[in-house]
Write a new protein. Structure first.
Length: 131
């Protein structure tokens, strides 16, 4: 049986176009809003075609000392150039970027995952201190 953790790939986002890149503060005050931006293809653009695209980004926060993470949000990307006249004939393409905001009283780790329809599941993370 395969474990979920074995299905996710990671790499340096500066060299790999599939890794979700989290932009968030390293430290926040207790109860302060944490603004998070997640992108895929930050340094190396990921294709956005009908045949090869990112389908979604999901963001979780795992508070320190707790067993389970909390899902903060999920964004689906639906426009990849397809239209009624065929693949890659539209002029509408979604950007692989999502913006979320949440509050926490505990430090923890943000974990973002993304799904490429050709290359599978990818993940990135970012630690947040609370002071």
């Amino acid at each position: 049986m395969t474990d979920m953790k074995d299905l996710f790939q990671t790499a340096d986002w500066k060299q790999e176009k599939h890794v979700p890149v989290l932009q968030a503060p390293a430290k926040v005050k207790k109860g302060e809003a944490v603004n998070v931006t997640v992108t895929v293809g930050k340094e190396i653009p990921h294709p956005n075609t009908t045949a090869h695209h990112i389908s979604w980004i999901s963001v979780l926060f795992h508070p320190a000392g707790e067993k389970f993470p909390i899902e903060i949000g999920r964004t689906e990307f639906s426009a990849h150039g397809a239209s009624t006249t065929g693949a890659d004939t539209s002029t509408v393409y979604t950007q692989y970027e999502t913006h979320l905001s949440f509050k926490t009283e505990k430090p923890g780790t943000l974990v973002a995952s993304s799904y490429c329809n050709i290359h599978g599941l990818w993940q990135g993370s970012h630690s947040i201190e609370v002071g």
